[in-house]
Design a protein around this ligand. Structure first.
Ligand SMILES: [Zn+2]
Length: 456
């Protein structure tokens, strides 16, 4: 069955050289330039083929696919690209084209399609054997490199979702078939939910979750106390449907341990916070998580990291209230006595002269710091994701300072950006025609995990 209609006599003529070539146009229902799709989104439309001459064709390929590419520069001119088609879904319905395989002059043909963006990639998209890596690599990655705002992924990584149409023509004079192609990009912000906080070793070379500094009253004096600041991973930042970001909250646990009497309580405040966005990409399969462990230098594939730093706004924090806590020594160490009293750092040099030189009195306080990406920053912060060729991860660098003791305490902690803009369960909106579904097999066997392209 073919659906075609005769073209109007008003149809604009195309230049001679391409006059005989059919024109392919992909039309998507209710689509607009800034539209963002997500996991489970229903997409329908049609491919229109218009022909000004009788044209014989061999085949029509109409697919929805996801392609990622990664380039690694070895030196000034040598660039190694790697390309992976991680998703490929057939949308074509042969019945909608003439059975004699000839497009008639003056007719246009409309081939409808409808599909849902999947919530998970086909198994063949990741060749890694580790279940944890496969689970993350089989989540849909977000579009990279074609947003209106800069996504800070650099020029070396691209991830595209597109509807791709290719008409293979029968050439009388040449044995080689010729293709006419048209494609339509779709921007996808997939469902990438919150994961449990990372387990961070105290010896981590990536993060510094706790910092202790010994402090003096003056340059020439002896140490009078120590200040310790500790953090846990802050709650994630949420990326909304309109790509704006929520804030987060850093809780800093402070401990002040006087060594000598009359050491005044410190004033501690946040001096600076930044969001570090790290893009890690490779020519092959990345078998590790860059935000959890250092790169395996013995791995065979070249892996490159690219980092940008963006200042974060720090909101007003509550006045610091120090709580005095007694520590009693018991065999293997100190145990905390819950009886306590509170002091403000502003209470002029709150006397710590009840502290004995054994250091059995400590002071504790909590600093709650609301953080936010500035509205003026015209950048897009993609959700945290891990794919075979590229990953995006985040960390917050926080610098605390105590003016009274002229010391700083730098901390680095992981942060997730999550995207939960998907209505679950998926596939609520069903395809309107069961024939579409029959043609939309996820042909796992046709996916190539990644393909390295020869040196350009
Ligand atoms: Zn993988």
């Amino acid at each position: 069955m073919s659906i075609c209609k005769r073209l109007s006599s008003q149809t604009k003529l195309v230049p001679d050289r391409t006059k005989r070539d059919p024109i392919l146009e992909i039309k998507i229902d209710q689509h607009f330039d800034s539209k963002i799709y997500t996991s489970g989104s229903f997409i329908s439309g049609c491919l229109e083929i218009t022909s000004q001459a009788d044209v014989a064709f061999q085949n029509l390929e109409l697919v929805f696919k996801g392609v990622s590419s990664s380039q690694v520069s070895l030196c000034q001119h040598a660039v190694l690209p790697s390309i992976q088609t991680f998703l490929q879904r057939n949308l074509s319905i042969p019945d909608y084209l003439p059975s004699n395989r000839i497009l008639q002059a003056g007719y246009s043909y409309s081939i409808p399609f409808a599909f849902n963006i999947p919530t998970r990639l086909p198994d063949a998209a990741c060749e890694h054997k580790d279940d944890l890596i496969r689970e993350r690599h089989l989540q849909l990655p977000p579009t990279v490199g074609s947003w209106v705002s800069e996504d800070s992924m650099g020029r070396c990584v691209r991830i595209e979702y597109l509807i791709d149409a290719r008409l293979v023509l029968t050439e009388k004079k040449s044995k080689m078939p010729r293709q006419i192609q048209s494609s339509h990009l779709l921007r996808v912000k997939p469902y990438l939910p919150e994961r449990p906080p990372l387990c961070i070793d105290s010896k981590s070379t990536i993060y510094r979750m706790s910092q202790e500094k010994f402090v003096k009253k003056s340059f020439l004096s002896r140490n009078v106390a120590s200040i310790t600041a500790s953090v846990t991973q802050p709650p994630p930042i949420f990326l909304s449907d309109n790509l704006s970001t929520s804030g987060s909250l850093i809780k800093v646990d402070l401990q002040f341990t006087p060594i000598s009497a009359n050491a005044p309580l410190p004033d501690v405040y946040a001096q600076y916070a930044s969001l570090e966005a790290t893009t890690t990409h490779s020519l092959g399969h990345m078998g590790y998580f860059p935000d959890e462990q250092k790169q395996d230098l013995m791995g065979s594939d070249l892996i490159v990291s690219y980092r940008t730093s963006n200042r974060l706004e720090i909101g007003q924090s509550e006045k610091l209230v120090w709580e005095k806590t007694s520590m009693e020594f018991e065999g293997t160490g100190y145990i905390q006595d819950s009886s306590s009293s509170t002091h403000s750092a502003r209470e002029s040099c709150t006397s710590t002269n009840d502290v004995s030189d054994t250091g059995r009195i400590i002071y504790k306080a909590s600093l709650l710091l609301p953080i936010k990406v500035p509205d003026t920053l015209k950048k897009l912060f993609l959700p945290t994701f891990y794919s075979c060729l590229a990953c995006r991860t985040y960390a917050v660098r926080l610098s605390l300072t105590s003016g009274r003791y002229k010391t700083t305490l730098p901390l680095t902690m992981p942060l997730q950006i999550v995207s939960e803009g998907c209505t679950l369960p998926p596939y609520i909106e069903k395809s309107r025609d069961t024939r579409y579904e029959a043609e939309q097999d996820l042909d796992d066997a046709t996916l190539v995990p990644y393909e390295q392209v020869p040196v350009v």
